[in-house]
Design a protein around this ligand. Sequence first.
Ligand code: ADP
Ligand code: ADP
Length: 225
Amino acid sequence: MLSLKNISKYYNVGGAKTYVLNKIDLEIDGGEFVSIMGPSGSGKSTLLNVIGLLDAPSEGYHYFMGEAVHQLKEKQRAALYKANIGFVFQAYHLIDELTVYENIETPLIYQDVKSGERKALVADILDRFNIVGKKDLFPAQLSGGQQQLVGIARALIAKPKLLLADEPTGNLNSKQGEEIMELFRKLNKEDGVTIIQVTHSEKNAEFGSRVINLLDGKIDSSRQV
Ligand code: ADP
Ligand code: ADP
């Protein structure tokens, strides 16, 4: 599904190159559930953002769904993202002024899905996630766990092949976090969604099939779960 070859990302700090990612080689197959771990500042979020086409590396070769991403223009990259990737953020990133229903519907509007089909798709996911009763509420009226469910529903509504999540349970209590991880496991096993998450939690990592440890912008180790 994706391949990174010799990927580096650096910032110029006081005229010197400071590497956040340093010569990363990584291949991820369709159907995997990968956890990226490592200390704060090791480059986990940057790596996830590069994989998710939200951030461009400084150097290297990046292939995703058969496309040479490093050769794409910004607009083409954005189109590739919209067609294939769902992103779940630690702090939910819901739009405060929109209801649960409208938040989940947003990606479909961006993709020009017709109104009738949008209604059916949103109704289906509200039902699946057991949040039909919350559809007219605003994010501020929900608990953290409910907001994250909405964030995940929004990431999944357009049926992405790749689901990326940056500390998806970071703001949740352990019960809410476990429910989210159970949901990820189900999406991966039953629906075949490829998942890559950044996590500090060994317990969360156990839900996946592979763990990659980053240290100072390099892959320090990798193991199957
Ligand atoms: P990011 O990875 O998004 O840059 P941080 O790595 O700074 O963010 O931390 C994300 C969250 O995880 C924060 O709430 C932080 O307190 C917590 N955290 C950071 N390092 C650890 C750790 N080693 N073990 C457990 N929690 C951590
Ligand atoms: P992690 O998710 O493992 O905490 P990040 O990918 O968030 O790591 O960040 C890795 C490093 O990149 C951090 O040390 C951070 O300070 C640095 N960094 C991120 N953005 C910039 C920037 N715009 N300029 C300079 N350094 C940056």
